[in-house]
Design a protein around this ligand. Structure first.
Ligand code: G3P
Length: 215
């Protein structure tokens, strides 16, 4: 099944009542996509309890439980029933060495890490060291109306080939607003979609999600 991850970021309209926002979308069903939500760190525990199996983190830290102020340990996410997280999003970039060690840790803990990459070089690097899921998001398209699938089809194709060779999956995101953007991404070989403003800023987020997940 393909993945469809809505990244709620920390948009003002979301932070007012994230549970209500997800609740409005939580019974949208899709035969094609597994629908989930990457939610703000301060809401993780509550939302994981309310929407089991649908919640991902937007970031996870490498350090374990202990004296690590401000951290989001993978161990805590797992304890809350959260099975995955984005890592290295363009809005939360981290050092390569930390990414490498977090990939290893995720493999050991069977945690679904989605390593965000801005270009082919990063896709090559992180898939070759064992990232199971890569998300390609060209930073200049994030939040806009030109989609990754229409602006960067050749990079998606190349990324898909690299990931297939390494046994990884490629998700794509940035600027996805229409059903055509989603269909083209899938035709190009992507295994899923990462989206934010196309849902969070839609006048009717529920019908946007319905239409984009081809329900
Ligand atoms: O993580 C998804 C996000 O960065 C894409 O944002 O608003 O272009 O769908 P947007």
């Amino acid at each position: 099944m393909f993945q469809f991850i809505t990244n709620l970021k920390v948009y003002d309209n979301i932070m007012k009542d994230p549970a209500r926002f997800i609740s409005n979308l939580s019974n949208v069903k899709s035969d094609k996509f597994q629908i989930s939500f990457a939610v703000p760190a301060i809401n993780l525990e509550k939302l994981a309890g309310l929407f089991p199996g649908k919640i991902k983190a937007q970031h996870v830290d490498l350090n374990p439980l202990g004296p690590y102020t401000g951290s989001i340990p993978m161990e805590s996410l797992i304890a809350y029933g959260i099975n995955g997280s984005l890592l290295n999003h363009s809005e939360k970039r981290i050092q390569s060495e930390i990414i490498k060690d977090t990939i290893k840790k995720a493999e050991t803990l069977k945690f679904d890490l989605i390593v965000c990459c801005e270009n082919i070089k990063e896709i090559k690097l992180y898939s070759s060291i064992g990232a199971r899921t890569i998300a390609y998001e060209p930073p200049e398209l994030i939040g806009g109306n030109i989609s990754v699938s229409s602006a960067k089809p050749e990079i998606i194709r190349e990324g898909v080939k690299i990931c297939e060779k390494e046994g990884s999956s490629l998700l794509v995101g940035a600027g996805v607003k229409t059903r055509e953007d989603v269909e083209l991404s899938i035709r190009l070989g992507a295994q899923g979609i990462l989206i934010a403003s196309g849902i969070t800023k839609a006048s009717d987020p529920r019908s946007a999600l319905n239409s984009l997940t081809l329900s």
